[in-house]
Design a protein around this ligand. Structure first.
Ligand code: CP
Ligand code: NVA
Length: 314
């Protein structure tokens, strides 16, 4: 693959990328992680600026972008909706045009996928989706890296997501697994199935990559899973649905009994974090020996640095 084809690109969803391109980001991420372990210092973002737009809260995503960019000489600027007009008094289009004149790139975390798309369309600089209601692409790149650190190439491995099947993380996992040929089983109550449009698109992609995609309400289908993944039952912005979600998802808690159903002693537990221990996951599992949640969190930084390096240029 010619890496120069990645220069200037936005990351809105992995649907826009080929498996080869995704693999390239993973390779760069492995390299920058190794550099970081050797305490190497680089200045590859010197003279560059990054706008970090946040409509929703964040620990990992903000810190990963800010530290990955800043430690290499770049200048990140954090802007929340308490600071700027983002569709309130000024249109998203106009904000995008102005930021595009001042920044080398833009990260957006917020509600609508349409907002991140509009930013990309009007700014003229790379725009990175740091989570919307629909997708969380930078998260799942780190998740694949974490899976590969345990098992080697992810292709042909089985990853099960157990929980809210229509949320941004589950949907993004379905896309990246379909692209990379990872067998993906989504275990969720039928009322929380992802939208049929995305499922149809991913099924077509999986036919090419060889991934097996399954959507089922049956937790017994974690059998053989290399990794069991969950996320909060109530995503940001959906707080009004809390009671209903707890009622629907209680049988889907990832606890030791569920981990044991994989039948694999070496299966790992993944969680994008933040976690609500005692709801989607038991403390025993997330704080136990099978958990790789903290490696995942660290890998957010390395994968985000890889994304920035590949799209902004060294
Ligand atoms: N996983 C993740 O995106 O964490 P934050 O919400 O803290 O950024
Ligand atoms: N699904 C969660 C992910 C948080 C990183 C949310 O949107 O709140």
């Amino acid at each position: 693959m010619d890496p120069t084809t990645l220069k200037g690109r936005s990351l809105l969803t992995w649907l826009d990328y080929t498996a080869e391109e995704i693999r390239y980001f993973l390779e760069v991420s492995k390299q920058v992680k190794a550099e970081s372990q050797r305490h190497e210092v680089h200045r590859r973002f010197e003279g560059k600026t990054l706008a970090l737009l946040f409509e929703k809260r964040s620990t990992r995503t903000r810190c990963a972008f800010e530290t990955a960019f800043g430690e290499e000489g770049g200048h990140p600027v954090f802007l929340s909706t308490a600071d700027i007009q983002l569709g309130a008094k000024e249109s998203i289009e106009d904000t995008a045009r102005v930021l595009g004149r001042m920044f080398s790139a833009i990260q957006f975390r917020g509600f609508k996928q349409a907002t991140v798309e509009t930013l990309a369309h009007y700014s003229g600089v790379p725009v990175y989706n740091g989570l919307t209601d629909d997708f969380h692409p930078t998260q799942v790149l780190a998740d694949i890296q974490t899976l590969e650190e345990q098992y080697g190439p992810a292709t042909g491995k089985k990853l099960c997501f157990v929980g809210d099947g229509r949320n941004n993380v589950a949907r993004s996992l379905m896309v990246i697994c379909a692209k990379l040929g990872v067998h993906f089983t989504l275990i969720t109550p039928p009322s929380l199935n992802p939208d049929p449009d995305l499922t149809t698109r991913c099924t077509a992609i999986a036919q090419v990559s060889g991934a097996q995609l399954r959507i089922t309400p049956d937790t017994a289908e974690v059998e053989g899973a290399h990794a069991v993944y969950t996320d909060v039952w109530v995503s940001m912005g959906e707080e009004a649905k809390k009671e209903e979600r707890i009622r629907l998802l209680r049988p889907y808690q990832v606890n030791q009994a569920l981990m044991d159903k994989t039948g694999r002693k070496d299966s790992i537990f993944l969680h994008c974090l933040p976690a609500i221990k005692g709801e989607e996951v038991s403390s025993g599992v997330i704080d136990g020996s099978q958990s790789r949640a903290w490696d995942q969190a660290e890998n957010r930084k390395h994968t985000i640095k890889a994304l920035l390096l590949a799209t902004l240029g060294y």
